[in-house]
Ligand binder design. Structure first.
Ligand SMILES: *[C@@H]1O[C@H](CO)[C@@H](O)[C@H](O)[C@H]1NC(C)=O
Ligand SMILES: *[C@@H]1O[C@H](CO)[C@@H](O)[C@H](O)[C@H]1NC(C)=O
Ligand SMILES: *[C@@H]1O[C@H](CO)[C@@H](O)[C@H](O)[C@H]1NC(C)=O
Ligand SMILES: *[C@@H]1O[C@H](CO)[C@@H](O)[C@H](O)[C@H]1NC(C)=O
Ligand SMILES: *[C@@H]1O[C@H](CO)[C@@H](O)[C@H](O)[C@H]1NC(C)=O
Ligand SMILES: *[C@@H]1O[C@H](CO)[C@@H](O)[C@H](O)[C@H]1NC(C)=O
Ligand SMILES: *[C@@H]1O[C@H](CO)[C@@H](O)[C@H](O)[C@H]1NC(C)=O
Length: 775
């Protein structure tokens, strides 16, 4: 309703009258221009809160303008503003439209309100060409409302993965049509527009972890667009099956491996919201809480299954994964290389046992790579033609080792060629053929062949030995030792021929003067196996080194026999040198002649007789006197002595004095052992010809009167007694407690120790020493 207040009435009445006059319904003025409401009304849009200008068809300046308004859905026309040429007026009721003013004939509405929706009528009065024209203009104003800030609502802000979630975008107001767009960004990712969505609802069915994040919606209409705040969708999920990683990384068919003593890190990751809690198990016992389990120094005991259990505390769900960890360790030490001697080829053997897994071994030779195998590898290699000193290497590889460990073999050829030898067994029953070819890698193989090139046995490395039964028909047979080495072309050998012995003597007849020494020589000429030389005496007795009067001088292949002090009675005769080996023996004779005086060489010396032989100086010396008789010439005398033992064997004559002047008949012999009874004889000499020896005599004490003096001497402990008394004494000396009464009969000594005596034969004079008794 237009409020026409009283003080405006004159003006308004005027206008009303005017408009009444002008109103088309009330007038049928032919000169009027109009449009009719509803049909031809101009449509104008305004936005709430903004301003809009309703233009009333500019033209010549009107006499009067009247704006009126019919709200939407009403039929009542309300005046809004009026103006004549000089003044204008806005009805106060027009404030429901906004802030209304007139600008010439146009109606300006600022801070447009929704109440301004409706039909506006502009009536103008014009005077032109002296006529009054009334013009009507209908305008329809629509007021648009901007969209308000939208809000997102989630049907469940923390859904579990798999359920359905509905997000709705709510707008409080806004002139339709409205359009929506949805925006999503994950905690890590950028914001992205969800394409293909223009409605206010976003259905996530089923919701999954990729849907987690902030959601915004944006609403827009013809006027504006606005975005909501982000709303967080926290999708609960997991844990997924854990993934275990091992550092440092080593894969095997069965799981992971690590080196002994290495630090090993086991990490577990299972996707989950909220994040998983982790528990580690080894061999069914819990070992660690947390995603990472560190073994500071891996040992073999750490081998086994490791289980990671992941737990989502929100859902109380669990998952687990098990991996096998195998701790590898290398074999001890290093590979060992061995070369086996085989015919034709080299067999190279490399072993390196132990470790886990076994080390991988392979051979490398001068001509390339050989076979590969774990723990041990054998390579049979034809090496003929390779240079001496060729090197073969065995490489041992193990996952725990950065560089391979190796051993080497150097193939080398033994120098020279085989050497053959033969010996006989004790008793000459067997003949041993031996063949040696030392050195070489591998050692050479040796094989004995007989004269028909038949092998005597299996090939073997040096030394190769073959045993033959000793038979005389082996003499003259030839045997070959064939040597082979992988590096060497065949052909190395040695030969030997078995031979019965053969010897020669230096002189078949030897003559010496009596008393001189004779040399009989014998040399081995041949004999395989080596023969033994020996001498047989005139009575066919074997002469040993110990045989009295003979000395053997072996010198290489010779054996010389020395006959000392040649004696026609004993030494003259036929000697035999015998050579003996397993195949037979041979001998040669040597005739020894001992030439004596009466055989026409020198005149025989005269016979000699001992006239006196007495002790002196406590039996440390003897005094000898002699005489000669019978014909003969002489150049001197020779005194011989021997320990007087009544055996024919023992007690060889030794020279006690020689070169005694032919005029001498008296001689003193010193250096005697008072404990020994000596026998003496004397011979006259004519140059080298000895006469008949004198009779044999033992010395006597000078005279019985001297005996007490000897007993009384305090410095000597010697007692010489006849055998009968001496045996008593001897018994007493050994058994002083059971035979005390002998004390007085014994001369004592202050210094000499007791001497033990063997039980002596009865007819021997014995010298005894005894311990003094305290008087
Ligand atoms: C209003 O009319 C006067 C004269 O009639 C003119 O000068 C002026 O520019 C007009 N104003 C507008 C806004 O058209
Ligand atoms: C999650 O759902 C979307 C569709 O909503 C699908 O494209 C995607 O593959 C799903 N992701 C997973 C991990 O299931
Ligand atoms: C080498 O290995 C084989 C199996 O690979 C085994 O039978 C043989 O006994 C081994 N030899 C040695 C010497 O270790
Ligand atoms: C092969 O070489 C080794 C040393 O490397 C040497 O002792 C040997 O005599 C050589 N053999 C030959 C046949 O030259
Ligand atoms: C060889 O010696 C043996 C006894 O040792 C003897 O029987 C044989 O006759 C000797 N042969 C020769 C040729 O001397
Ligand atoms: C010399 O002694 C020997 C043997 O005792 C005897 O055969 C010889 O007749 C003696 N000569 C003289 C001249 O007495
Ligand atoms: C003894 O020898 C001497 C000198 O050697 C000689 O002169 C003398 O004739 C010899 N007497 C006898 C009997 O031969």
């Amino acid at each position: 309703m237009v409020d026409l207040s009283a003080h405006h009435r004159p003006f308004c009445c005027q206008l009303l009258i005017l408009f009444c006059l002008l109103h088309p319904a009330a007038s049928d003025q032919p000169h009027s221009i109009s449009n009719t409401p509803g049909e031809e009304a101009l449509s104008i849009q305004g936005v709430r809160g903004s301003s809009v200008e309703l233009d009333c068809q500019p033209g010549p300046t009107p006499v009067a303008v009247l704006w009126s308004f019919t709200p939407l859905g009403s039929l009542v026309l309300q005046p809004v503003a009026v103006a004549n040429g000089a003044s204008s007026r806005v009805e106060s009721g027009a404030s429901t439209l906004g802030i209304v003013s007139l600008r010439n004939s146009s109606l300006v509405i600022e801070e447009l309100r929704e109440g301004a929706r409706g039909h506006f009528l502009c009536q103008t009065l014009l005077v032109s060409s002296g006529q009054v024209h009334a013009i009507y203009l209908y305008l329809t104003l629509s007021v648009l409302v901007p969209v308000s800030k939208p809000r997102v609502h989630l049907s469940d802000p923390s859904p579990t993965e798999g359920v359905s979630v509905l997000a709705t975008c709510a707008v409080r107001e806004g002139t339709g049509p409205l359009t929506f767009s949805w925006h999503h960004h994950t905690p890590q990712g950028p914001e992205e527009v969800l394409v293909g969505l223009s409605g206010p609802r976003l259905q996530l069915d089923p919701v999954n972890r990729t849907h987690l994040g902030w959601y915004k919606c944006r609403a827009s209409n013809a006027v504006n667009q606005l975005s909501s705040d982000g709303v967080f969708l926290d999708v609960i999920y997991g844990p997924d099956k854990p993934v275990i990683t091992v550092e440092p990384l080593g894969f095997t068919e069965d799981g992971f491996w690590a080196s002994e003593r290495e630090e090993v890190t086991l990490s577990c990751l299972a996707a989950s919201n909220p994040p998983s809690h982790y528990v580690w198990f080894h061999d069914d016992s819990q070992i660690h809480l947390g995603p990472t389990y560190i073994i500071a120094s891996a040992s073999r005991a750490h081998t086994g299954p490791y289980t990671c259990l992941a737990h989502n505390s929100h859902l109380d769900t669990r998952t687990q994964t098990t991996v096998q960890l195998i701790v590898y360790y290398p074999p001890k030490g290093q590979p060992s290389c061995v070369m086996l001697p085989t015919f034709g080829v080299v067999t190279l053997l490399c072993t390196w046992p132990g470790g886990f897994p076994n080390a991988q071994l392979h051979w490398e030779g001068p001509q390339g790579i050989g076979p590969t195998a774990p723990s041990n590898v054998t390579w049979s290699y034809t090496a003929t033609g390779l240079p001496n000193g060729s090197i073969f290497t065995c490489m041992g590889q193990h996952p725990t080792l950065v560089v391979p460990t190796l051993c080497r073999l150097t193939l080398w050829e033994p120098p020279r060629s085989p050497t053959c030898g033969t010996t006989a067994t004790v008793g000459d029953q067997f003949i041993m053929l031996s063949c040696e070819w030392p050195g070489g890698e591998p050692p050479a193989m040796l094989n004995w062949l007989d004269q028909h090139q038949q092998s005597l046995g299996d090939p073997s490395s040096s030394p190769a030995v073959s045993l033959l039964q000793a038979q005389s028909d082996l003499a003259g047979r030839e045997f070959t030792c064939q040597g082979s080495h992988p590096l060497k072309a065949p052909g190395s050998h040695c030969r030997l021929r078995l031979e019965a012995p053969h010897l020669t003597v230096a002189e078949p007849r030897v003559s010496v003067l009596e008393g001189e020494e004779a040399w009989l020589g014998c040399a081995l000429q041949q004999g395989t196996p080596p023969a033994q030389l020996l001498w047989l005496g005139p009575q066919q007795q074997r002469l040993e080194q110990s045989t009295y009067g003979f000395t053997l001088h072996p010198e290489g292949a010779q054996l010389r026999l020395q006959v000392r002090d040649a004696d026609p009675a004993h030494h003259r005769g036929t000697y035999q040198c015998v050579a003996r080996n397993a195949l037979g023996n041979s001998s040669q004779s040597v005739m020894l002649e001992v030439l004596s005086e009466w055989e026409g060489w020198y005149p025989a010396p005269p016979n000699v007789t001992i006239s006196r032989l007495t002790y002196r100086r406590q039996r440390r010396e003897v005094q000898l006197q002699w005489a000669i008789y019978g014909p003969g010439n002489l150049t001197g005398f020779l005194v011989q002595q021997r320990a007087s033992v009544p055996s024919s064997e023992a007690g060889a004559w030794e020279v006690a004095a020689s070169n005694i002047e032919p005029e001498s008949r008296d001689w003193r012999l010193g250096g005697l052992d008072p404990g020994v009874l000596y026998a003496f004889r004397i011979l006259a000499m004519n140059h080298h010809t000895a006469g008949h020896p004198s009779e044999v005599k033992t010395p006597v004490d000078p005279a019985f009167s001297a005996y007490p003096a000897v007993l009384g001497a305090t410095s000597t402990g010697m007692v010489v007694a006849l055998v009968a008394s001496l045996l008593v004494f001897q018994y007493a000396a050994r058994h002083p407690h059971t035979f005390p009464c002998t004390e007085t009969a014994i001369t004592t000594s202050s210094s000499d120790p007791v001497q033990e005596f063997p039980d002596a034969p009865v007819n021997v004079t014995i010298t005894v020493t005894a311990t003094p008794e305290v008087q």
